[in-house]
Ligand binder design. Structure first.
Ligand code: KIV
Length: 285
């Protein structure tokens, strides 16, 4: 059992004794073109503990809106939700770099607004970096944050917070104009100083072109094997949902296993087979 304390020099929660050192932003950046980077989403302390030893980065994604809260999109997700889940994931991890998504409405208005939101996220969670969606339009904000001690992971291609503008979650970059736009976006956020970028839902040649064009690592989701790393929503790869997007490989059938366990529990209770003497407190002799 590890007990977690805040390391005041880094503001990161670390267990005592520390089993291994937490990855840093420069260490992740230095992995460009090297061993592929592994990132999974995590929203809770227990999932963080289980995923952390296998990952380089844990992303507290605003996908928690749909996965945890049953919301129809990421649009309603609040800064409060991101801070609460971000803090839980930092408490549950010691090895991975933890990155917290900036929710819709918390950063777009101005670089100063973005800094206030990012500072709150970093203070309240102990996470070392934030992620925000957008290309050229966000370049000034990324430069502003990066110059003020906030490492930024960018997110280009399919940007789910723009679902109302995009009209859905289909793969991006099928037309030449859209492909050029996405490549320009990637170049702009890289030049602005992001330490890594998520490339989501783009056709293979765009992912390849972006990865070749930018100096920071690209982390793909539905963006082919050409990226410097890969990310998935953990619940997708664990098989917690019936619907499996094309870009997901399922590594388990958690939905089936949870449902099966609940079915067996219900049967045992109804048959008065649970609890048995093994699960019952008896009078001490
Ligand atoms: O919110 C999220 O989980 C994400 C990943 C899918 C990249 O942004």
């Amino acid at each position: 059992m590890s007990s977690y304390t805040i390391d005041t020099s880094t503001s990161r929660a670390t267990p005592t004794p520390a089993p291994m050192k937490r990855l840093t932003v420069p260490a992740v950046r230095a992995r460009k073109g090297g061993e592929p980077l592994v990132m999974l989403t995590a929203y809770t302390v227990r999932m963080a503990q289980l995923l952390d030893p296998h990952c380089d980065m844990l992303l507290v994604g605003d996908s928690l809106g749909q996965v945890i809260y049953g919301l129809p999109s990421t649009i309603p997700v609040s800064l409060e939700m991101m801070c609460a889940h971000g803090a839980a994931v930092v408490r549950g991890s010691w090895h991975s770099l933890v990155i917290v998504d900036m929710p819709f409405g918390s950063y777009e208005a101005s670089p100063a607004a973005a800094f206030a939101s990012a500072a709150r996220v970093m203070k309240e969670t102990g996470a070392a970096a934030v992620k925000l969606e957008g290309g050229e339009a966000m370049a000034e904000t990324i430069a502003f944050l990066s110059a003020r001690g906030v490492p930024v992971m960018a997110h280009v291609g399919l940007t789910p917070q723009a679902v109302n503008q995009l009209g859905g979650y289909g793969a991006r970059g099928r037309s030449e104009a859209e492909a050029d736009r996405i490549l320009k976006d990637a170049r702009a956020v890289a030049d602005a100083g992001c330490f890594a970028m998520v490339v989501e839902g783009v056709i293979e040649p765009i992912a390849e072109a972006i990865t070749r064009a930018v100096a920071c690592p690209t982390i793909g989701i539905g963006a082919s094997a050409h990226c410097d790393g890969q990310v998935l929503v953990a619940e997708d790869m664990l098989g917690l949902f019936e619907r499996v997007p094309r870009f997901v490989r399922r590594y388990d059938d958690m939905a089936g296993r949870i449902s099966g366990a609940a079915e067996r529990f219900a049967a045992d209770v109804r048959a008065r087979d649970f609890p048995s003497s093994e699960q019952t407190y008896a009078i001490k002799p």
